[in-house]
Design a protein around this ligand. Structure first.
Ligand SMILES: C[S@@+](CC[C@H](N)C(=O)[O-])C[C@H]1O[C@@H](n2cnc3c(N)ncnc32)[C@H](O)[C@@H]1O
Length: 343
């Protein structure tokens, strides 16, 4: 805390933060010393999600191995009493539902964390990317055809032991004051509930986060404010487009970000307004390790192939309303069978 470059300005503390973005596999966080990180916020890759990460993992066991190795490394770098939050959900791939939420919970408990809370992130009902599995009931209005459309994800919160609240007594007054929560915002936006209504990042073509399955800024914004103090350090081991780093910087926290795909570097720079960061006095460092991979182009090609198949089958243009309705039912049935869901 003492070493922070801080200025106190009109009741607001301005913090010059630093951010280390490491391209490499987050199973190893060798750049980080033990117990020096104060919060993890992340969203792991959605297990082989058809429209984001098709075929990224050999199988589900391969995915769980990654999460186990990460949990161990996380336990090493997190300071005592601090929080690790995952934004994730069970995944449906080729008709199989994978219990990601239960498995991460077990993995984290086995790695020595306490299971603290689960928040349901509810997306708006009009969420355009969900699989309309429920439509099958319209075609077959009988028992056993029910499969609901998923509009939620889980925010899993774990803690490394218990937090010592004497910490607040020793805090610099400015740091404490700047970390104070806005109770109006907390109550007005219902942060106090186990259900958070937050609009997802819409899959608009050409958007900076296209194909990354980014979470909305509001999620790291809330978690960083609720579980870290100004000037502390946040980590995201699956950085994607850099949303966590962006919010950490805005909120005056330092950060580490790990991302295996070096092809995302330009997207992260754009999201962070990289040039302006340098001008503003914040420090940002990019490290490319030998274990970084080039994934974007490979994934994009696979995703484009899948999209063209779906588009061909669901080409609604130049069709009457009746034809469109029956195509929609067919599409719902097809999805019900193949489960192109996210997640
Ligand atoms: C769901 S995305 C994260 C999106 C991010 N929350 C955002 O808002 O942009 C998961 C990311 O993890 C990366 N990833 C997958 N395996 C990894 C590993 N072993 N180490 C580091 N990053 C990895 C993927 O390339 C992907 O960008």
């Amino acid at each position: 805390m003492e070493s922070l470059l801080t200025k106190y300005n009109g009741g607001k503390m301005m913090v010059n933060s630093w951010h280390k973005l490491i391209f490499g596999d987050s199973r190893s966080m060798k750049e980080i010393e033990d117990e020096t990180v104060h919060l993890m916020v992340t969203s792991p890759p959605y297990y082989n999600a058809p429209f984001d990460y098709p075929g990224l993992f050999m199988d589900y066991a391969d995915f769980l191995h990654l999460l186990k190795a990460l949990a161990k490394e996380l336990h090493r770098v997190l300071a005592p009493g601090r929080v690790a939050a995952y934004v994730t959900d069970d995944m449906l791939v080729n008709g199989e539902k994978y219990p990601v939420v239960a498995d991460i919970t077990r993995i984290m408990i086995d790695a020595g964390f306490r299971y603290r809370d689960k928040i349901v992130w509810r997306k708006p009902e009009g969420y355009t990317r969900i699989s309309r599995r429920s439509g099958v009931v319209l075609q077959h209005p009988y028992p056993m055809y029910f499969y609901p459309d998923n509009i939620q994800e889980s925010i899993l919160i774990f803690q490394k032991g218990k937090f010592d609240y004497n910490y607040l007594k020793q805090l610099n007054m400015n740091v404490k004051q700047s970390s104070r929560l806005d109770v109006g915002e907390y109550q007005g936006n219902k942060w106090y509930l186990t259900v958070w209504d937050i609009t997802n990042v819409l899959p608009i073509p050409g958007r900076i986060e296209e194909g990354i399955a980014a979470f909305p800024e509001e999620i790291p914004y809330r978690l960083i404010k609720l579980f870290s103090f100004v000037g502390e350090t946040v980590i995201d081991p699956f950085l994607g487009s850099g949303t966590t780093t962006k919010m950490a910087r805005i909120l005056g926290r330092n950060s580490y970000g790990y991302e295996i795909d070096v092809e995302l570097m330009d997207i992260i720079k754009r999201k962070l307004n990289y040039d302006q960061i340098t001008l503003a006095g914040d420090k940002i460092e990019f490290i490319v390790r030998e274990d970084a991979r080039k994934l974007r182009t490979w994934l994009k090609e696979k995703i484009a192939k899948q999209r063209s198949v779906v588009a061909k089958k669901a080409n609604y243009s130049r069709k009457s309303n009746k034809e469109i309705a029956s195509l929609r039912l067919l599409e719902a049935r097809r999805r019900w069978l193949s489960d192109e869901n996210n997640p």
